[in-house]
Design a protein around this ligand. Structure first.
Ligand code: ZN
Length: 277
């Protein structure tokens, strides 16, 4: 009897150890999952492409053109013809910077752009413009283009129509108050937008076709290599001017791209060259 109890006790101990191991493994897997999820922003999950006015209508990765036509242009009303990019041999790059204006990192990026004589496009947040109005003025005065990236970075598709519109119009007003110009371009946070956002704002939606992944890598040389590996002949590259590492990348990336024969353009020049303006 005592022997049986002993064996039973031993197995019980083993079971406890085994359960402990299983729990530890589960905790490890969950922690790993949470870590990976935190490393990914929704921007990574979005299809990578450039859209301009009404090109949402031919975005096959979202709704089909027919669905959008029924929803937004009922009773047989015809939507505007989407513009198709023209073919060009020109190797062009539009550098774009989101989520600022920041402080030191934005200043460093502006210094690099000036040093290499490159003009870029900044998609700014209204809330950051309120914090750094002088930086916005400097961006504008140094000849760069300024676009709207919402007031405080919500997913515009999850807001009511009124909330969405106030995100856009408040930011446009802040940009106008500080630069004298109303922006034409909208880069919706996470690249998330609907035809309603595009049509109601009256702005041209600009996404990107090269995500530098600077927000994930946070490393100057690694981000530079990543961009060089994912270049397209006509690239719109997504950066964030709020990271010091992105300033490191830009300083070294521009000469590398010039060496490969790329010319740098602003967003409006890009659209003009591509026949999308
Ligand atoms: Zn953003």
């Amino acid at each position: 009897m005592r022997k049986i109890r002993k064996v039973y006790k031993l197995q019980y101990k083993r079971l406890i150890v085994l359960l402990g191991l299983v729990v530890m493994m589960l905790v490890g897997v969950i922690a790993g999952g949470v870590f990976i999820a935190n490393q990914m922003t929704p921007e990574e999950k979005k299809p990578v492409a450039v859209y301009t006015k009404h090109t949402a209508l031919r975005n096959e990765e979202r709704q089909t053109a027919a669905q959008i036509t029924d929803q937004y242009f009922p009773n047989g009303k015809k939507p505007p013809e989407p513009k198709v990019p023209i073919k060009t041999d020109r190797k062009i790059i539009a550098l774009t910077f989101d989520d600022g204006p920041g402080n030191n990192s934005t200043q460093r990026i502006l210094d690099s752009l000036e040093k290499h004589n490159v003009k870029a496009t900044f998609f700014v947040l209204g809330s950051k413009v309120e914090q750094n109005p002088d930086m916005l003025k400097q961006i504008h005065d140094e000849g760069h283009e300024i676009g709207n990236h919402s007031y405080n970075h919500p997913d515009l598709t999850k807001l009511t129509h009124e909330e969405m519109m106030s995100q856009i119009t408040n930011t446009n007003q802040l940009i106008k108050d500080n630069t004298g110009e109303t922006p034409k371009y909208l880069r919706p946070p996470y690249g998330a937008f609907t035809p309603d956002i595009e049509l109601s704002s009256g702005m041209t939606v600009i996404l990107w076709n090269v995500d530098s992944n600077d927000w994930r890598l946070r490393d100057g040389p690694k981000t530079k290599d990543f961009v060089l590996q994912h270049l397209q002949p006509q690239s719109v590259i997504l950066f964030h001017d709020i990271y010091e590492s992105s300033a490191d990348t830009v300083e070294h990336l521009i000469p590398a791209l010039k060496e490969q024969g790329y010319e740098f353009v602003t967003m409006s020049e890009y659209l003009e060259i591509m026949g999308l303006d």
